[in-house]
Design a protein around this ligand. Structure first.
Ligand code: RP5
Length: 299
């Protein structure tokens, strides 16, 4: 458990999660396509800055347009969407359309990215107009070598569980989308079990037992971040948000020694050293940095 002082630090991190300008959400090519975003320079990201030439292309993936269960209807049918447009900034039946960043603007029925311009309209690969909610787990332990915690620059080195994403090959924190009506704490456990422990390959009984074990271990989690993610899939009208929790195994005898098996969206899973040079998907590196500072570990 964290001390009262560390708890205050967590709150401080949460309070200071200001909306830094997104960078990966302005990457030239949209992931998995040859669609180029309209370039948006750093000084033109904010909607408050005039940009009269701003006329970005629109893209929504054919997969999303086929309207799987996790996707909203298309814009073209949107106006007549049973006369009931999405309830933006609200809990819309079981779909949470509220943003962790506060109230977002809706212009002509389209939600506007609270972090600014991305150079692309539509939903891209994201299913929901507006915020697409996810949860991430930052599972950490100390790195032990010859019976001692390894040090770098005089600070103890931490390790974290990373998965390699199937879609882009990048390393990332285990995490995924919150299902409609699902508690975020349930999402974080489910996604961790699926991606880092391959729970989908187990029988229902085995899966249940594993889930119980992880639930016990994850009771000690600390919320590290809640907000916008600089995800390369973001657009002007659809974006990722996450709630990230740190589960730290101080003595290396609980989650720190569980056998890892990649599953579901993960091609690979591994313990990696916490280090600023470790490239990670979206803004996961920033989340890890918060944990390193919180635990006074090497960064
Ligand atoms: C990131 O995308 C989130 O932080 C989360 O890790 C992930 C969720 O998307 P999928 O992994 O389900 O594609 O923005």
């Amino acid at each position: 458990m964290l001390s009262a002082c560390n708890r205050l630090q967590v709150r401080f991190h949460l309070l200071t999660m200001s909306l830094v300008s997104h960078v990966k959400a302005r990457g030239e090519l949209y992931p998995g396509t040859s669609i180029s975003r309209q370039p948006v320079s750093d000084d033109k990201v904010a909607w408050s800055v005039p940009f009269p030439e701003y006329c970005p292309p629109s893209y929504t993936s054919p997969v999303v347009l086929r309207m799987p269960a996790w996707a909203d209807p298309d814009y073209s049918t949107f106006a007549n969407w049973n006369g009931a447009p999405p309830k933006y900034n609200q809990l819309d039946h079981s779909v949470d359309r509220r943003s962790h960043t506060g109230e977002y603007m809706v212009i002509e029925n389209l939600p506007r990215n609270p972090c600014g311009r991305t150079g692309l309209l539509g939903r891209g690969l994201l299913g929901k107009w507006g915020p697409n909610h996810a949860a991430d787990s930052i599972v950490t332990r100390w790195k032990w070598i010859n019976g001692e915690v390894a040090k770098k620059d005089g600070k103890p080195v931490m390790q974290f569980i990373a998965i390699q994403r199937r879609d882009c090959g990048e390393w990332a924190l285990p995490g995924g989308m919150v299902d409609p009506g699902e508690q975020i704490t349930a999402t974080v456990k489910r996604e961790f079990c699926e991606e880092a422990l391959n729970s989908l390959s187990l029988t229902e009984d085995e899966r249940h037992k594993l889930y119980e074990l992880i639930s016990t271990i994850f009771q000690q989690g600390e919320m590290i971040f809640k907000g916008y993610v600089d995800d390369p899939r973001n657009t002007d009208n659809a974006w990722m948000e996450t709630v990230a929790f740190n589960f730290h195994d101080e003595t290396n005898d609980s989650i720190g020694c569980l056998p890892l098996h990649a599953g579901d969206d993960a091609r690979n899973v591994a313990w990696l050293d916490v280090d600023k040079e470790q490239a990670l998907y979206a803004s996961h590196n920033t989340l890890l940095q918060k944990v390193a500072h919180l635990r006074r570990a090497h960064w």
